[in-house]
Design a protein around this ligand. Structure first.
Ligand SMILES: *[C@@H]1O[C@H](CO)[C@@H](O)[C@H](O)[C@H]1NC(C)=O
Length: 473
């Protein structure tokens, strides 16, 4: 029979082995969430040609709460190039309307280039914004938005320059693009703001800028344009193709807040990384990985923006992609296996040869299921509650609304652990949903009570959301 000392050593080693962690949900809210979403670029051109039942299924997978439950959708205003949709194009309009019908809260119109006739090369890529055309370009964008709003599609955000740091040349280009020099960006914002104002839309349609490709480029160029137009910008949006460390991301956010008080920064685009659940190995690259490994890596990026950087809005890039890197009709299991030919630029995939082989299957990657946790449980108007205590993980987030707490908790490691959580006020376990190698958002019973605390089991290599009702049990 072990003596007292041996028993406590045994107890300690049991704790270390099972990895018990404890933390508390703060009584003080952090940021209020704005939206979770992604872009319609440029899969609507293809998916529009799929059977109507599949187009409806896709719209439900993206925009309904039975699917991702996105609260943000970015519609691409084309500039007349071959690779994009435009306001006259039925393809992009179809999915914008489906998002609108399903009540997606925020609809952004974004453009990669001004209409070809306004750019330096007379094309929709490989050229530059022409100084002096800000009014004409702003009028074009405002007309498109007014047209949609007149039809009940309430676009409430507009981004006039997506990645102005590049022209996306040389021609032929892979996508539309227009370089806008830092000292030209204020003119673009001014032209758009006055066109929106003259249509009475300046207070209902917010301008997003400048969608620089990475945080370094963004922050080093703000001083050339942002001070001139900061009052006309609704939010300062950026991409994170530098895959920043936690410390460079947080210093970007605090520097930008200090220089431009009262303006939110948020994430409007990222994709295309391999890497591990804990974020090691991440970085811009090709390669397709449909497994839990990549799905958790991308979930970690969302946690980084929302928890570590404290931002209120997150958009992934293109949502739907044909970059499977394999041919599912000749190798039916290949959409479920990683390969180096494809790209991690979507959460749902389709056959690149659909037009000839008539394969209209939608291939759902594991990242779809992890992103669904954010789409379903991080709703506009809900608030983040910091999780405090030395065991708090940067991959765990508490969200509160009037009736519920949602605890999104990721375990990037192989071993099972648990988190003992203390709430600042009444909480009673409801249910949970878990995504792991073998589970897709499966419903489980809720957390287990332990005195005045709650124990949340965190299976190895999984993302679980525990839901609590804000009442006493
Ligand atoms: C929608 O597509 C998904 C993914 O391919 C599939 O599992 C599901 O059965 C489809 N639903 C309908 C109603 O077609």
């Amino acid at each position: 029979m072990p003596n007292r000392l041996t028993r406590s050593v045994l107890l300690l080693s049991t704790l270390a082995y099972t990895g018990v962690h404890s933390a508390s949900v703060s009584s003080t809210p952090a940021q209020t969430f704005h939206g979770i979403g992604g872009s319609g670029a440029w899969w609507p051109n293809d998916l529009y040609h799929f059977p109507e039942a599949t187009r409806q299924n896709l719209s439900n997978l993206l925009f309904s709460s039975s699917g991702l439950g996105l609260s943000s959708y970015r519609y691409n205003i084309g500039a007349g190039g071959a690779s994009t949709t435009g306001p006259g194009d039925a393809q992009g309009v179809y999915f914008l309307q489906e998002a609108s019908k399903r009540g997606v809260t925020h609809l952004t119109a974004f453009a990669n280039s001004a209409p070809a006739k306004l750019t330096s090369g007379g094309a929709s890529c490989n050229g530059r914004f022409v100084s002096g055309t800000g009014g004409a370009y702003g009028t074009f964008l405002a007309d498109v938005i007014a047209h949609f709003r007149g039809q009940g599609v309430n676009i409430d955000l507009v981004s006039p320059m997506n990645e102005p740091d590049s022209s996306f040349g040389p021609s032929p280009c892979g996508q539309e693009g227009m370089q806008v020099l830092p000292n030209q960006r204020a003119e673009v914002v001014n032209g758009l703001y006055s066109a929106l104002s003259s249509r009475g839309l300046a207070s209902t349609v917010g301008i997003l800028a400048d969608e620089s490709s990475n945080l370094n480029a963004a922050s080093s160029e703000y001083s050339s344009w942002l001070p001139q137009v900061v009052d006309k910008v609704a939010a300062i949006v950026h991409h994170t193709y530098d895959f920043p460390s936690d410390s460079s991301y947080t210093s970007y956010v605090s520097n930008t807040k200090n220089s431009y008080p009262g303006k939110a920064t948020w994430m409007s685009e990222v994709c295309c990384s391999l890497g591990n659940p804990d974020g090691s190995g991440k970085g811009w690259s090709g390669g397709y990985d449909p497994t839990i490994k990549n799905a958790l890596m991308f979930a970690g990026l969302v946690f980084q923006s929302l928890v570590t950087a404290g931002e209120a809005h997150y958009d992934f890039w293109t949502l739907v992609s044909n970059q499977l890197g394999c041919s599912p009709l000749s190798n039916p299991s290949c959409p479920n296996v990683a390969n180096s030919n494809g790209w991690n630029d979507g959460v749902i995939y389709y056959d690149p040869n659909y037009a000839t082989n008539k394969n209209y299957v939608l291939y759902v990657k594991k990242q779809f299921w992890t992103y669904k946790h954010f789409g379903n449980f991080v709703k506009p108007g809900s608030q983040r509650r910091p999780i405090i205590g030395s065991d708090a993980s940067k991959f765990t987030m508490a969200v509160s609304d009037a009736n519920s707490y949602y605890i999104l908790a990721m375990n990037p490691n192989a071993g099972d652990t648990s988190l003992t959580l203390t709430f600042p006020d009444a909480a009673c376990a409801n249910r949970a949903h878990r995504t792991s190698a073998s589970e897709d958002f499966v419903q489980l019973s809720g957390a287990v009570r332990s005195g005045s605390n709650w124990v949340l089991a965190l299976k190895g290599t999984s993302l679980t959301t525990y839901i609590f009702d804000r009442r006493n049990c």
